[in-house]
Design a protein around this ligand. Sequence first.
Ligand code: KIV
Length: 245
Amino acid sequence: MLSASDIKLKKNKGEKVSMITAYDFAFAQIAEAAGVDQILVGDSLANTMLGYKSTREVGMNEMLIFVGAVCRGAANTHVVADMPFGSDANPQLALDNARRFLDVGASSVKLEGVPEGVIENLLAHDVPVCGHLGLLPQTAANFKQKGQSEEEAAKIMADARYIDSLGCFEFVLEHIPEALGTQITQAVDAVTIGIGGGRFTDGQVLVMHDALGMHNRKIPPFATKFADMYSVGVEGIRKYIESIK
Ligand code: KIV
């Protein structure tokens, strides 16, 4: 299993880092069998697994069930647990919740933005932290690309430099211009993982349901569908129904 420092070494060697979301035992096994570097148990499970509109609908109780299942399914893969909305509201609460994730097998935690004192406290207690900048779904007013204005781009760059200086081993850059993703990647020691951050980040992450076509809804402009599991599933169940008849 890759540790946080192994992942940073990949950047130093110029090797790309692969990350995909998974939320349950079965798909964690598939991701591990495919050889992905990291599995993110994202709070996007609110949408993909539970059918909610917002990621704000899930809390620690739900996340712990899914993180535990993924860790059992991919025991040899670095699992990043996403801190759900409100779980990192202050440094002590964040530490307590992060420890609950580590206790069920996660290797690191991810959190959105730069909540005051939180990253500092997690790192001071040896919890590896993956940041998340750009579009922040838990608090965003809309899902438009971030960092288009000079001012917004400068703020994202400043936050990136700051969390890098604190010691985050990596961070996700979501839905920002490619040029900004590239500049940040060159400016920081941390590994940058893009999702709509352009082609030149150190690695990429996709939501598994988008990447494997596990639904028939529109996928975000920056996602790519590499398989069509929705159609395969419908077809398989149709054949099953026919076989009963
Ligand atoms: O929750 C999630 O799946 C995420 C990814 C989109 C990076 O945060």
